[in-house]
Every structure is written in structure tokens, then in C-alpha cells.
Design a binder for this molecule. Structure first.
Ligand SMILES: Cc1ncc(COP(=O)(O)O)c(C=O)c1O
Length: 401
């Protein structure tokens, strides 16, 4: 079967593709159609937090699939798997955010948060940050600050405004329904919001009755070290959205809100056929339980720091290509001098057996699985170095020609 030919001719291609057919994965590694092994430093865009085919996930998936995948009348009926997941979340969610609703994707969770903010505040305007990414539904595109993504689908949901992160707090006023913000921008290029700014934002929102929506879709579930990236800031948002790592690879998402807000949500305000379906809940509960029991947070903090140091050393060897490295935990970025080098570096990495994520604003992201070992990191680093050498050689050849 010619997988690429079938997908190219019959599928609707909505993104640039790498010429790779990925057949299977195990831990931090994947294998292509020729049996070549590649180290996955993308985690499928920050999703497979326990790596590929983790036994804990497989066991939960098989056990729940054999019991029930979708309840009769879906959310009208109760589910032990959903209850187990709620109990797991209770142990890791920031204090004060204990009321949870489930969704199918990060965009849907954000969309619901924006929708509920309108209802709860009776206001319409939403503030977002330049360069933010909150999803690809109409409402979430309207608060995603990349004109390239949203300008093709005008008009946007009206009443939204973008600002630089350090101007945002001052813009919160009595007609703002919500501010939505990622603690560390992912698609925007791994750019962290200073903790003081998050604290100011929380204060201004409280003063003016606006809701603070923190989007932890990419940063949550130990990706940046703490269970959530806002943990260290002490900020408690009104709504926090989650996705990606929450179920380690099963399409799933959630949002949590304060008890006070939950009181304003009524039956019918939000819903969806698959929201909180037992299969996804069982896997998410297993993933979160594993992250917690194995203290993955500590591992990510410790190894993440030495990974960042190693990348700084690498940057010093390649100052002609890499101008900066940044990030927290296992959410790391190489910032290149030239945006045009992002795809060539991504492809050079793949040739060396390393998958990395090409990102806008001249950034290549590294989002390895959270159980990555030091040895696996060193292997990836050596492959990254080989790819950078290859890129340098290509540039020198092009200059000579
Ligand atoms: C911060 C953030 N929010 C929302 C989304 C959208 O999530 P999904 O692709 O699951 O809809 C993403 C996806 O990359 C994201 O990084």
C-alpha cells in the first residue's frame, strides 16, 4: 500500500507534510515504513507525555474498551471512569479550580470557556495576546494572534482585541468579559509570560469583574515541570483549559472553573456527544495517576534544566544558525536567525533520526515525552548537532555556488 500516494490524492491536505510514514512507536522512539528508527522530540505536538505505547495507557484502554466506551445517553448518565478521572484531577488542579467539564480538543475547551465567559459576565469583549494560539474554531481563531491563520476567515468574532503581553493588564476594563492567555506561548515560539504580569492580570481582572482564562492546553500535565505552568506564579484563574497531555494521545480535553462560576452554568449551556466519554476518561485517569505516582514533575524539572544548559552549549557552537535557546521543563525552543532555515533544519533532523517541531517565528520546538531518559536526551542532542552541521555545510555550499 502506497500510504503517501493515497493520502496525497484522497485526503484533504491542509498542512505541509514531511515525507515520512510513521508505522509505530514505543517510548521515545518511532519507526517509519522502512523500519528506520527516529527519536520523537515532538510528542505529536506535545501530546504523548508518557511516550508511545506506554503499558499503563494500553492497560487502561483495553480494560475500559472491554467494559464500555460510550455511555447510554452519554453525559446524561454517570460513569465510574469519569468519577475516577475527577478524583485524579482533584489532586493536581490548582486550589480553587475544582469544577471540571470535559471536551474533545483544546480548541473546543477554549471555545467553551469563551462562550461561558460571555454568559457569566454578560459582556462580549475578549482580550488576547499578540502571537497567541488558542485553536482553530472560529471563536478561538478570533483570539489567536497570528494574522496568517485568521485573516483568511474574516469576519472574526467581534469585540476582541490583541495587545503585547506587558500592555494587557492596563487594558482590562469594566466591559471586558475575559482575558485569555497562555502562560508560555507554544505555537507563538515558546515565549513565557513573566509571573508578575500574570499576577497583575489576575488583580486587574478581579477589580473589573473580567474572567481570567488561562490556556494550559500545551503547558499542562508536567510539560514545563510543574503540573501546570501557572503553579509557581500562585495565580488562580477563573477558568483553566487543558488538552494534549491530559490523555497522553487519546483526543481529549477539559476545562476547570471556580465553584463561584460553576454556579452560573446551567444544563444545556455546553455539551457534546463525546464529552467525558468513559474510554477517554479511563485513559486520562491512568495518565494523570502515572504522572503523579512517578513524580514525573521532578524528573522534568531536573532533566529539563540540564537539557537547557546543553542547548545553550550547542547554541555557542552554532551561533551562525541558532541565535537563542529558551524554554522550561521539556518545552524547549531553538530560535534561528533565519525563518527560512526552520524546515531545512527539521528535515535535516529527520535524516539524522530525530523528529522536531517546525514552528513560526524562526523557532524549532523540542517537546520530548516526559519519561525521556538522560541517555535518550544525549542521543537526541547528538542527532541535533549532526543536523546543524549538515545545515551549515549546505549553507556553505550554497554560498560557494
Ligand atoms: C495553547 C494551545 N491552546 C489550544 C490549542 C488547540 O488545541 P487542539 O489542537 O487540541 O484543538 C493548542 C494547540 O496547539 C495550543 O497549543
Amino acid at each position: 500500500m502506497d500510504v503517501m500516494q493515497i493520502e496525497d490524492s484522497m485526503g484533504l491536505t491542509v498542512c505541509k507534510r514531511q515525507p515520512l510514514v510513521i508505522e509505530r512507536g514505543e517510548g521515545a522512539f518511532v519507526w517509519d515504513q522502512y523500519g528506520n528508527e527516529l527519536l520523537d522530540f515532538t510528542s505529536g505536538w506535545g501530546v504523548t507525555c508518557l511516550g508511545h505505547a506506554h503499558p499503563v495507557m494500553l492497560a487502561a484502554l483495553a480494560a475500559q474498551a472491554g467494559r464500555i466506551m460510550q455511555n447510554p445517553n452519554s453525559g446524561f448518565t454517570y460513569s465510574p471512569a469519569r468519577a475516577r478521572l475527577l478524583l485524579e484531577l482533584q489532586q493536581v488542579l490548582p486550589a480553587g479550580l475544582q469544577r471540571v467539564y470535559f471536551a474533545n480538543s483544546g480548541a473546543e475547551a477554549n471555545d467553551a470557556a469563551l462562550k461561558l465567559a460571555r454568559k457569566i459576565t454578560g459582556r462580549q469583549r475578549v482580550l488576547a495576546v499578540h502571537g497567541a494560539f488558542h485553536g482553530r474554531t472560529l471563536a478561538t481563531l478570533s483570539v489567536s494572534g497570528n494574522a496568517g491563520n485568521s485573516a483568511r476567515f474574516l469576519p472574526s468574532v467581534p469585540g476582541n482585541e490583541f495587545a503585547d503581553v506587558n500592555e494587557l493588564a492596563a487594558m482590562v476594563s469594566a466591559d471586558i468579559a475575559a482575558v485569555i492567555i497562555e502562560p508560555i506561548q507554544g505555537e507563538g515560539g515558546v515565549r513565557a509570560v513573566p509571573e508578575e504580569l500574570l499576577q497583575q492580570l489576575q488583580q486587574r481582572c478581579r477589580e473589573h469583574g473580567a474572567l481570567l482564562i488561562i490556556d494550559e492546553v500545551q503547558t499542562g500535565f508536567c510539560r514545563t515541570g510543574d503540573f501546570f505552568a501557572i503553579t509557581a506564579s500562585g495565580v488562580t484563574p477563573d477558568i483553566m483549559t487543558m488538552g494534549k497531555g491530559i490523555a497522553g494521545g487519546l483526543p481529549f480535553a477539559a476545562f476547570a472553573m471556580t465553584e463561584a462560576l460553576a454556579g452560573a452554568v446551567q444544563p444545556g449551556d455546553h455539551g457534546g456527544t463525546y464529552c467525558g466519554n468513559p474510554l477517554s476518561c479511563a485513559v486520562a485517569a491512568a495518565v494523570i495517576g502515572h504522572l503523579r505516582e512517578q513524580q514525573v514533575s521532578d524528573h522534568v524539572k531536573v532533566l529539563g534544566l540540564s537539557m537547557l544548559q546543553d542547548l545553550n552549549t550547542l547554541q555557542q557552537k552554532f551561533p551562525d544558525i541558532v541565535c537563542e535557546v529558551r524554554g522550561r521543563g521539556f518545552m524547549l525552543a531553538l530560535v534561528l536567525h533565519d525563518d527560512g532555515q526552520v524546515w531545512p533544519l527539521t528535515e535535516a533532523c529527520a535524516r539524522q533520526g530525530l523528529m522536531v517541531t517546525p514552528t513560526r517565528n524562526a523557532v524549532v520546538r523540542l517537546l520530548p515525552e516526559l519519561l525521556l531518559t538522560e541517555t535518550e536526551w544525549q542521543l537526541g542532542l547528538s542527532r541535533l548537532q549532526a543536523a546543524l552541521l549538515q545545515l551549515r555545510a549546505q549553507s556553505e555550499q550554497a554560498q560557494c555556488a
